[in-house]
Design a protein around this ligand. Structure first.
Ligand code: RTP
Ligand code: MG
Length: 142
């Protein structure tokens, strides 16, 4: 049975700064997902407050928002059967030190000794999150 999904992927400021945007897109396309939207964006505090609402109040929230404002992000909507779970597999574990080799975070990320995990990418974690996040970043697609 077909369960085509869309997921919001962000190449975070560390990934863009390190020139990894193309590598992330390459892995998404090599996996077989299609790109429904790709746009280099500068986040705003309002946009990040909406995007990271679930993390408000956690110790890493302030540093996370500051990090996400430190440079442009590549905002991407991907499409394909079960692509939400599929991209989370491509991304690997949140902590790039523990992420498995073969994943984006495992191959390209490391601990930089900073206050928050800089882990190159974000990917929606459920259909509900994907719909919410696509509505925040690409209201015209929602
Ligand atoms: P994402 O939302 O970025 O796809 O990553 P995730 O689901 O694997 O991680 P999540 O728990 O949603 O956390 C969001 C982002 O916050 C940063 N973080 N740092 N203790 C820490 O240093 C810490 N914990 C979370 C990471 O950038 C993580 O991706
Ligand atoms: Mg998350």
């Amino acid at each position: 049975m077909s369960t085509v999904q869309r997921s919001l992927v962000l190449v975070k400021p560390d990934g863009v700064r390190r020139g990894l945007s193309g590598e992330v897109l390459r892995r998404i396309e090599a996996k077989g997902y299609t790109l429904a939207a790709v746009e280099l964006r500068t986040a705003t505090p309002e946009l990040l407050a909406a995007h990271y609402a679930e993390h408000e109040g956690k110790p890493f929230y302030g540093p996370l928002v500051e990090f996400m404002l430190s440079g442009p992000v590549l905002a991407v909507v991907i499409e394909g059967e079960r692509c939400i779970e599929g991209f989370r597999s491509l991304a690997g574990a949140t902590d790039p030190t523990k992420a498995a080799p073969g994943t984006i975070r495992g191959d390209l990320g490391r601990d930089w000794g900073v206050a928050v995990q800089q882990n190159i990418v974000h990917g929606s974690d459920s259909e509900e999150s994907a719909a919410r996040e696509i509505g925040i970043w690409f209201p015209q697609l929602a």
